[in-house]
Design a protein around this ligand. Structure first.
Ligand SMILES: [Fe+2]
Ligand SMILES: [Fe+2]
Length: 246
């Protein structure tokens, strides 16, 4: 398949969110994945998922009537600042939420798992997501993000840098993207098992809190992965080429 340059084709859903972050909220409403599956045009995603394109477009057009949120244009941020923001906002959110969700998921599965066996599956799947993400963030914070920060600072200061031990940022980035996909798939399965995070009629408060927190976790993960896959990673690859032209 030949990929046309951006100027010659309509923006894909990931690029639409890069251009205006508020679009993420509309895509979220329709269950459109703008991070891991963000490289497809909107028409194609709607056709595949049976979503009415016109409704989505009406909601997107309505955004143009509202002023843009100040400080949300991550596309113009320096890459070291963006990496620091991701760690502070999203990595910390994951680290804080995972133990609480492990405990709550296990408790609700223990109490209601007999009548709602999907809760046991959800608790197990979330345990896998939490473990994967903690390892994943550790790798980003230890290897990839420091190299990105070094490149951003060197460009500002006009200094040179040496190649990292992993050769090129493209190597860890490919690994990080495939790990994002894996966690995204697990969260999608949790969404399916929980009927889009809708608690049943007989749900107690803990059950409702569990589903609300899982939904919040999924939303945060979407924004987190969007910032990495659609902005930080491609821009880091481009920046690296300034230091080490092919
Ligand atoms: Fe991350
Ligand atoms: Fe990541």
């Amino acid at each position: 398949m030949v990929t046309l340059p951006v100027a010659e084709r309509p923006l894909n859903v990931g690029e639409m969110v890069v251009a205006d972050y508020r679009k993420a909220e509309v895509f979220r409403k329709y269950g459109i994945d703008y991070c891991c599956g963000g490289k497809k045009p909107l028409e194609e995603v709607c056709r595949q998922k049976g979503i009415d394109l016109q409704n989505v477009q009406n909601d997107l057009n309505a955004l143009d009537q509202k002023p843009d949120d100040a400080g949300q244009n991550f596309d113009i941020w320096e890459l070291d600042a963006l990496a620091a923001h991701i760690v502070e906002k999203h990595h910390n959110y994951v680290s804080e939420s995972v133990p609480m969700l492990y405990e709550l998921g296990a408790k609700v599965a223990r109490v209601h798992g007999e009548r709602h066996p999907e809760l046991i599956e959800i608790a197990n799947l979330f345990r896998a997501v939490g473990q994967e993400l903690q390892m994943h963030m550790h790798k980003e914070e230890l290897m990839l993000f420091p190299q990105i920060a070094k490149m951003a600072a060197s460009r500002r200061n006009g200094t040179s840098i040496t190649r990292p031990f992993f050769g090129s940022v493209e190597n860890p980035i490919h690994m990080m993207e495939s790990e994002h996909e894996s966690s995204g798939n697990d969260m999608e399965e949790i969404r399916r098992l929980s009927h889009d995070f809708t608690p049943p009629m007989d749900a107690c408060t803990s059950y409702c809190v569990l589903y609300a927190k899982l939904q919040e976790f999924e939303q945060d993960l979407h924004q987190h992965v969007h910032l990495e896959n659609n902005i930080l990673f491609p821009k880091s690859i481009t920046l690296e080429k300034e230091f080490f032209p092919a």
